[in-house]
Design a protein around this ligand. Structure first.
Ligand code: FE2
Length: 264
């Protein structure tokens, strides 16, 4: 089973500052082309939040158009701080059907040998993320329901401090992260936690489970441990998670044309 993870796509309306400065739609077009050319084709696509910039229905429409070449691939999306839950669900009816009518976009996918749990960390209108008691209880219950099925948890905000001051600022880290770690420690079937939000490649361990942040398909943030981290044109990439023979193997795949150095 091959899972392609795209994150922090930040599709905006054409006049949006992020679209103009960072070319996020063009960048997603290149990421989609990268996946169309991939062999074998990914079995599913996970979108770990900040799919659009402002949350409007128009932006989600643009996003779906850009993702159209991958429309045959089952796609599982979660909201980030820039998303709008209701508009996301309207644009992704398959997500709406799984998440139901509750206040959060939380759902499990049991269609594959690797189980996927989509965990909504959004606090509407704020950059910070939170796992409230309701979401934490849902996660604990959902994990307890299938204790022997290897599982990947998808979430936008990473459940650890990154070491980057701008993302670790007071009030910006994930509320509920300590309880989240204790829940993971009780459910050893969790193979990995995959996140976005930081626009950088990061790895850590939480509750005994490896966790990763995938870079953005568009702009990245400088590795500035102190002070402000500015957006930079470091290479965009996506993550490919391969589940084979009981091991989850993750590759970071850079998007772009890179010269072959030892061509005959
Ligand atoms: Fe974000």
């Amino acid at each position: 089973m091959l899972i392609a993870q795209l994150t922090d796509l930040h599709i905006g309306p054409p006049e949006d500052k992020v679209e103009r400065l960072y070319g996020t739609s063009e960048a997603l077009g290149r990421a989609v082309g990268h996946l169309v050319a991939l062999a074998p084709r990914p079995d599913c696509l996970i979108l770990t939040g900040d799919l659009v910039e402002r949350g409007s229905a128009v932006e989600y429409g643009r996003l779906r158009q850009l993702l159209a070449p991958l429309a045959a691939i089952p796609t599982y999306a979660i909201p980030g701080n820039h998303d709008h839950r209701a508009n996301l669900k309207t644009a992704f009816p398959e997500v709406a059907a799984r998440a139901g009518a509750g206040p959060f976009v939380c759902y499990a996918v049991d269609d594959w040998e690797l189980r996927l749990i989509a965990l909504d960390t959004q606090v509407p209108g704020e950059d910070r993320g939170a796992l409230c008691p309701e979401r934490l209880a849902w996660l604990d219950r959902t994990l307890a329901a299938r204790p022997r099925t290897p599982t990947v948890v998808l979430m936008h905000h990473p459940p650890f401090r990154t070491g980057i001051a701008m993302f670790d600022a007071p009030g910006l880290t994930l509320e509920g992260a300590a309880v989240f770690a204790r829940i993971l420690a009780r459910h050893p079937q969790v193979e990995r936690v995959v996140c976005g939000h930081v626009h950088r490649p990061i790895a850590a361990r939480i509750g005994g489970v490896p966790a990763s942040v995938a870079p953005s398909t568009a702009h990245q943030y400088q590795l500035a441990f102190e002070g402000r981290a500015y957006a930079v044109a470091e290479p965009p990439s996506l993550d490919l998670h391969l589940w084979r023979n009981g091991t989850l193997i993750s590759h970071r795949s850079y998007i772009g044309a890179f010269p072959v150095l030892n061509a005959p």
